[in-house]
Write a protein that binds this ligand. Structure first.
Ligand code: MG
Length: 238
């Protein structure tokens, strides 16, 4: 019997990657006098990857990587006005209204009546908590877990902490790397709902290779989730 359904947040409950893409385009515009668009984007990605172990995920980390990219690509000659413009981009991202993905509000309210719902997300603690509040769905979730990374160990610790058995748990998310592979490795079930834009890091060389298709499910959109969950409950004969 399924008792707990956990949801990733960014690009599973609400639109997020689009904000990062827009910010990147603005950075490209700001650095147009120094490097081509392709160079700026490549350098930014490399900088983000090398900074992940230091800053983790989220907008703050992304902002520091944008500033570092600007300084490096300009050979240190980028001016204070440009740095200020980057800071304004970051602040703007934080103030963006939460835009729920179609169907999310209905599905979450529907499932909250029958299951314990959680959010398990990476990112900045303050930012993610604020987005849950602004989503209008905070009352549907019994726990909001903002973690620095999503590994098998992190999921195992969360399940232990909340006294959740693997067979009673389903994770729903858009990232194979973070939401599907570690959950399946743990022996729980996962539902992949792809989002049209994927940050390369979340799909890089991970995929779902080696994971039995029986262990995870792929849905086109979240509106199909309640019937899948009902089916899973039925299959187990509960
Ligand atoms: Mg996500």
């Amino acid at each position: 019997m399924i008792r707990t359904i956990a949801f990733d947040a960014d690009d599973t409950l609400w639109h997020s990657e689009i904000l990062y893409n827009e910010a990147q385009e603005r950075l490209v515009d700001l650095l147009t006098g120094f490097e081509s668009s392709g160079e700026v984007l490549a350098e930014l990605y490399q900088t983000e990857m090398s900074n992940l172990p230091l800053y983790g995920y989220g907008i703050n980390s992304f902002g520091l990587s944008m500033i570092e990219t600007a300084v490096r690509l300009s050979n240190g000659s980028v001016d204070g006005h440009t740095v200020q413009a980057i800071i304004e981009i970051i602040k703007g991202m934080k103030k963006e209204p939460v835009r729920l993905i179609d169907g999310v509000a209905e599905v979450i309210r529907n499932l909250a009546g029958d299951y314990r719902l959680m959010v398990i997300t990476k990112g900045d603690l303050l930012d993610q908590q604020a987005k849950v509040e602004r989503s209008g769905l905070a009352d549907c979730f019994s726990h909001i877990e903002v973690v620095s990374t999503k590994t098998v160990e992190v999921y195992r610790a969360l399940l232990t902490e909340h006294r959740i058995e693997c067979h009673e748990f389903v994770m729903v998310g858009n990232s194979p790397r973070s939401d599907i592979v570690p959950v399946v490795a743990l022996g729980a079930r996962a539902v992949h709902i792809p989002y049209p834009i994927v940050w390369p890091h979340e799909q890089a060389d991970v995929g779902l290779t080696g994971t039995s298709p029986a262990d995870y499910y792929c849905l086109e959109h979240i509106g199909l989730l309640p019937s899948l969950v009902a089916e899973l409950d039925k299959e187990r004969g509960n």
